[in-house]
Design a protein around this ligand. Structure first.
Ligand code: KQY
Length: 374
């Protein structure tokens, strides 16, 4: 694996495209940790396979698998899914994989953030995380893409881009003392701009209630088109999510994007509220170094944690009362894509959802052909 580039994407004229722009493919990892995925991760593996198969209807999917689990993954995944040997500490490709940036001629490069398992020794979710730290550079090497090493702790789930210079983030995560304690808001903004090419950063406050990532934006809100946002919404004022979503709505209503537009906001209803059951918690192995779980714990469930593929949107199905309604709503928001639901409770039990377990590699050349000059 080669040395990182010594410049920054911003200095080289690169920027982070939106997820709704064309992809070369999607990367995932294979879940195996028995302290995070119940029943030796078998139910989670079936759920991950269903996500991989749904995305593969739209674009190529590669799954990184630890050597001891290669045969099991190969058996559960359709032949069209590429299975690659790749060691990791868990299976959150959004956070440990690269954030890709594109140049004006469609060249693609990757940003390799520092990773500390969502908080390191100050509230992080497991220790050690040294194999996770190497995932982004390995994916970039397998994809043949040059790498920038960003001097900041950040995760892919902590940032969303509209591809036109606007970045969406939360204070709860990126200003958390367990990420970059020596950096203030301005310094963090400067580094995010340098490594994503963004010119405008929209700060939301807190992320989804009880989200163990310290409020990743990708569980709360995302761009669905330039100037348009999907936001998790809760009407029940007694629920702690209601005030969080209202605050985000107000900030988004006051914001302008990098092109000076006001944002159109789509409210996506919150599933549940959902909790982990005693039986689900009992299926986990407890291990020192990993945050323990209990039955009755509130789950950070959100339909906004979907993946936008080429011609498709793959959405977590979480609540029978709402699933069909949300599919119809998202189909209206994405009229030119096929919206597909995948049962995702087993992914939620591990602490995230479909967006958190996927990471797209942009197709820069298609993008360069399709895009209007900036
Ligand atoms: O991006 C995410 N939501 C990652 C969640 C990590 C949970 C680890 N138990």
């Amino acid at each position: 694996m080669s040395d990182p580039l010594t410049s920054t994407p911003q200095a080289d004229g690169f920027h982070m495209p939106a997820e709704f722009e064309p992809h070369r493919g999607c990367w995932m990892l294979w879940p195996t940790r028995p302290d995070n995925w119940r029943e030796q991760a078998r139910p989670a593996q079936r759920a991950f396979a269903a996500v991989a198969h749904a995305i593969a209807r739209f674009e190529p999917v590669s799954v990184g698998v630890a050597v001891d689990h290669y045969d099991e993954a190969r058996r559960l995944l359709e032949p069209r899914i590429r299975v690659v040997r790749l060691e990791s500490d868990d299976a959150w490709m959004r956070d440990v994989g690269p954030t890709c940036v594109v140049g004006s001629k469609g060249e693609v490069r990757g940003v390799d953030w520092h990773f500390n398992a969502w908080g390191g020794l100050d509230g992080g979710l497991y220790f050690p995380w040294d194999r996770d730290e190497l995932v982004a550079r390995r994916v970039l090497s397998l994809e043949g893409l040059a790498r920038y090493r960003a001097p900041i702790v950040c995760e892919g789930g902590a940032i969303h881009s509209d591809g036109e210079g606007t970045l969406l983030v939360t204070e709860e995560c990126l200003l958390n003392r367990n990420r970059n304690p020596s950096l203030g808001r301005r310094q963090i903004e400067t580094l995010l701009q340098a490594y994503t090419g963004a010119t405008q950063i929209i700060w939301l406050g807190r992320g989804v209630f009880n989200d163990e990532t310290d409020g990743h934006v990708d569980n709360l809100a995302c761009f669905v088109a330039p100037g348009e946002i999907a936001l998790l919404w809760c009407d029940d004022r007694r629920d702690p999510q209601a005030a969080i979503s209202r605050d985000a709505f107000e900030r988004l209503s006051d914001a302008r994007d990098a092109r000076g537009r006001r944002l159109k906001i789509h409210k996506i209803p919150m599933p549940g509220p959902l909790e982990m059951t005693d039986i689900e918690a009992a299926g986990l192995v407890t291990r020192p170094g990993t945050k323990p779980r209990k039955g009755g714990e509130r789950l950070a469930a959100s339909y906004v944690n979907f993946y936008i593929a080429n011609g498709g949107v793959v959405v977590p199905m979480l609540d029978r009362r709402l699933d069909a309604k949300v599919i119809v709503q998202l189909q209206r928001i994405f009229p030119n894509r096929r919206v597909v639901g995948v049962p995702a409770r087993e992914i939620l039990l591990g602490g995230g959802n479909i967006h958190c377990i996927t990471q797209q590699i942009p197709d820069g050349r298609q993008r360069a052909r399709q895009s209007t000059p900036r």
